[in-house]
Design a protein around this ligand. Structure first.
Ligand code: ZN
Length: 171
């Protein structure tokens, strides 16, 4: 794409999207741009915006390429800087998530395994305890100590089951 220079002083022209006139960076005089050309720049700019909205490394790289090709557009320069910043943020985010992430992932898995085993143990104990209590209740020999113990077991089972549930959507 050709460079836009001022016909009076040869300075760089700054084009605004949606306008048919470009202002010279040096002398400030206005130069008319071909409306079709102006429309094409606008299209490239909008396409770059769409690429940015993908919020992916490829999207931002594509947007940067598109914005580079219309760097004489005022908005493109600003958006280019913004796009570079977002790409850097995204890449930093990705490396952060990949590096220690994979280690804690396996840690998470083994932790979840232990949690699940404990939950099953406590659930089994609570059920046994409840069955025992029911048996003692029928016999009329229910002791407060046994009742408290079984209630504690049931509470633990509920807590662990809850932790298990809580853990799942994270993985
Ligand atoms: Zn000029």
């Amino acid at each position: 794409m050709r460079a836009f220079t001022c016909p009076i002083c040869g300075g760089k022209l700054k084009i605004k999207i949606g306008t048919e006139y470009a202002a010279c960076d040096s002398c400030g005089s206005l130069t008319k741009i071909d409306p079709e050309e102006a429309e094409r720049f606008g299209e490239i700019y909008r396409s770059a915006e769409r690429s940015m909205r993908l919020n992916s490394v490829e999207g931002y790289e594509e947007a940067l390429r598109q914005l580079d090709s219309i760097s004489f557009i005022e908005e493109a320069q600003k958006t280019h800087a913004e796009c570079e910043k977002r790409l850097r943020d995204l890449q930093a985010n990705l490396t952060q998530r990949q590096a220690p992430g994979s280690a804690s992932e396996s840690q998470n898995t083994s932790f979840a395994g232990v949690l699940l085993a404990l939950t099953l143990v406590f659930c089994a104990a609570a059920f046994t305890g409840i069955a025992y209590l029911a048996f003692r209740l029928i016999q009329g020999t229910l002791s407060p100590t046994a009742t408290a113990l079984v209630i504690a077991l049931a509470a633990l089972a509920v807590v662990f089951a809850f932790l298990n549930k809580l853990k799942k959507p994270n993985r």
